[in-house]
Each structure stands twice: as C-alpha cells, then as structure tokens.
Design a protein around this ligand. Structure first.
Ligand code: SF4
Length: 443
C-alpha cells in the first residue's frame, strides 16, 4: 500500500507563486508516519515549496488542515478525488468544523490520530474507508511510536527539529482555538520517551511545539532536570506566568532553553481582560518584573501580541510596537486578532454581527493574509490591518534590529546566539513583506 502525506501551503502572492523559505518540518505528518505500519510505503509532499504530483499513483492521500491552509487543502483534496484517489482530512480545523471538511473528502478524522490511525490504514487497505473517524481529543504522543524524520530528508527545512512534550493548555484565552480543541486541559508525554526520542534521533537544537510547555510547571521542572545532561539547545512556547517562578527559569536555562514564544498579547489591562488572558493578569503593571526575570536568565524572547481588541486604537498599537522595541525582544509578532472558528471570540463577534467575509474568512476568495477579518471598535478593519503591518515593518527595520541585537544579556550572550539572531532576524524581516496580502489557495 502507498500512503501520500500532504502539507498544504497557505496560497500565493497576487502575481506569483509563493515559496516559504522559513518552513519547518511538519511534525504532525512525521508523527502520523510513525503510527503507520512499516510495510506501508510513505511519501511526503510539502506544497510550501514543491508542486504536488497529482498523477503519481497512490492508495490514500492524508492532508493536514489548519484554518490558514483550509482553502488550499480543499483544492488539493478535490484534485485527487477527481482522479479517483481516496482522501482523508484531519487536523485541528477539521475537528473544529467537520462538516466543512467533509464536503471535500472521502473521510474525515476528528480528534488526535494516536488511537485510531491504525484502523484508518486497515480500512484503506480493504478500500472501505469510513466517512468519519472520531478519536478522543487529548492523547499524548504514544510510547514506542516515535515520529519518522526520514520523510523530511532533502526538503530544505530550517535546521531546528520539532518535537512535543505536551499538548493543550490549562488556560482559556478568548481567541484560542487550542483551548477550545483540548477543553482547557493539557496532556503530557512520558518524559523517558521524550529523552529517548532526543537521544535516538540525535536531536541537538529542538523546538518543542507544545501549545504551552509551561502549562504543567511541576512536570516541566522534571523534564528540565532530565534534559540537562543531554547538552541540547531548545526553544518553545510558554505562558508568561512561567517568568514569575525563579526556580523554573533557572532549570529551563540550565537545560539549554534559549527562549520562548510568550503571549504578551497586550500592554493594557483592559485588553488583557477582553482576551481573558489569565496568565498575564495577576499583578499586571507593565511586565517589568517578568521581563527582568527573563533577561536575567538569558532568555531570547519572542513576544507575541494580538491587536484589535475593543479597547485598542491605532495609537495603542503604535505604543505596543514601541514597547516591544524598547524591551529589545529578540523577535515579536504583531498579530491581528483572528476569529478562529468555534472559539468564544468567534461566537461573540458573530452575535455582535461584526464578522467580515461572511464569517468564513479562511475560505473567502477576497480575504488576504494578515488582513482584519472583523470590524473592530476603535478603528476600521483597514486601519487595523495597516497599523499591524506598520508595527511589523518598524519592528523589523534595520535600526530596530541593531538596537535589539545590542542586548548583552540575551542576543549578544554568546557567538552562537549572535549568529542565530541575525540568521532568523533577516528571515522574519523578509517574511513581513512576502506574506502580507497573500491570497489563500492557488485558484
Ligand atoms: S495561554 Fe496560550 S495556549 Fe493557553 S489558552 Fe492562552 S493562548 Fe491558548
């Protein structure tokens, strides 16, 4: 049997095809390959930089679908199905709105793959795929089924290996699809399995793609102690409350953590309340205490902001960018607040009749990447789009890059960190303009 795994692209720029130069290995497809019986012949096609060979013979096509890639994923699925090849769609977007995905697939997979993927393969061998596989949500990656990284070879991915310790998060931020998907819980892998994967697969620089690696802080401390002898470097995503625990910070730094993506979201208390960003709210003043703690431990922070709350204005967005630059954050994302399907934010905006693009921005032919998909209160949607783009441009300007680089505690701490800073800073700088305004899908 031959299985084809597909990672869809977002889409294209107005007058040319888009190639994602900052692409990372699609871990979820490596995990799926690891769950597949070894006698199945597996091929990965990554639509972000290679064309999909629709006429190549295969017995089953499995496509991972995120909200941003849904339109392109459905185009690819439709092409295969027109050739009589069975297609199964899975991923967080499919679980959040299964009916939409079902219109483009022979079968949809809801929930986490671990417990039911073997059944899908068995059914596909008999050419008797069920229309829907409903697996439980919230299963940690299985023991004895390590991801298959051989399928990533030769694809030109960034030299950072993706892996997982946990899934989900105990918080319930208003806009967060992860929180909706996992029902405000986290699920942990066995720590000896995490260590085994690192040692067996010789991973040296790791991005733990956990939704919030600090959701279970006691367990994270245990993991850090186990990582210390391995001599690795790692980065991840962590909620801000982790920066109030000195012991955790020390353990993270000693285990090789270089820094994390941290959701600051906003610099105003009113917007944090709007976002229900509970890890940031206790004792909120100006983040000075937390940022000092991060810098003391050499953490190169990627600060993530979401902009467009009801209390935000064009001036507050400018102030957010100035704040990020003043703090010399290694990187920062100025994301427009996005109404992901079936989140509390989506339902609120729907009730208030503020959703644009018919409430389905991810499928709408007029929607463009990084544009506002709802009507904000303090400005127009176009003004919000422009203010966020301006914030990204300013933060990634050369004077800003040089100023942020000058931090001896973080970006200039070692020669290796200096090299990494410039390598990724230049990549993200080019992406600001490359991705902005992209169409979704190729058609
Ligand atoms: S802390 Fe992060 S992962 Fe957790 S609910 Fe909030 S946005 Fe989602």
């Amino acid at each position: 049997m031959k299985l084809t795994l597909i990672k869809p692209n977002i889409g294209r720029r107005e007058h040319s095809l888009y190639i994602d130069h900052g692409r990372m290995e699609p871990l979820m497809l490596g995990v799926l390959a690891g769950l597949t019986p070894p006698d199945v012949d597996i091929t990965l096609h990554d639509d972000r930089m290679e064309s999909v060979p629709f006429d190549e013979a295969t017995d089953l096509v499995a496509i991972t679908v995120e909200t941003y890639t849904a339109r392109r994923a459905y185009e690819i699925a439709d092409e295969y199905r027109a050739r009589g090849v069975p297609v199964i769609l899975g991923g967080i977007h499919v679980t959040l709105i299964p009916e939409e995905a079902a219109a483009h697939a022979d079968s949809i997979f809801i929930g986490d793959a671990e417990t039911l993927w073997a059944q899908v393969i068995a059914d596909a061998r008999k050419r008797r795929l069920r229309p829907r596989y409903q697996a439980p949500v919230g299963v940690a990656q299985l023991p004895n089924a390590l991801p298959r990284r051989d399928i990533f070879q030769g694809k030109g991915y960034l030299p950072v290996r993706l892996m997982q310790f946990s899934r989900g998060c105990r918080f319930a931020c208003h806009f967060c699809a992860v929180s909706e998907y996992f029902g405000r819980k986290h699920y942990l892998r066995r720590i000896d399995e995490v260590v085994r994967e690192i040692v067996e697969q010789k991973l040296r620089f790791i991005f733990f793609v956990d939704d919030n690696i600090a959701s279970a802080q006691a367990e994270l401390k245990v993991l850090c102690r186990e990582l210390m002898p391995l001599g690795i470097h790692w980065v991840s995503q962590a909620s801000l409350d982790s920066a109030r625990d000195a012991e955790l910070m020390r353990l993270m730094a000693d285990s090789g953590c270089l820094g994390n993506v941290i959701g600051f979201e906003s610099i105003t208390a009113a917007s944090l309340q709007d976002a229900k960003k509970s890890p940031n709210i206790p004792g909120f003043t100006d983040y000075r205490r937390e940022i000092e703690m991060l810098r003391q431990h050499g953490m190169q922070t990627w600060a993530a902001f979401t902009l467009g709350y009801d209390h935000d204005t064009r001036e507050s967005i400018r102030a957010t960018e100035r704040f990020a630059r003043r703090q010399r954050f290694t990187f920062a994302a100025f994301n427009i607040l996005m109404p992901y399907p079936n989140t509390p934010l989506y339902r609120k905006l729907e009730q208030e009749n503020r959703l644009l693009y018919g409430g389905q921005w991810w499928l709408h032919p007029e929607y463009r990447f990084n544009h506002a998909a709802f009507a904000p209160i303090g400005m127009s949607a176009d003004e919000l789009t422009a203010a966020c783009h301006e914030a990204r441009s300013r933060f990634n300007s050369l004077p800003s890059l040089l100023y942020r680089f000058s931090d001896l505690q973080t970006n200039m701490r070692t020669l290796w960190r200096m090299v990494m800073y410039w390598r990724y800073a230049m990549l993200f700088r080019s992406e600001v303009h490359q991705k902005h305004g992209m169409r979704f899908g190729l058609k």
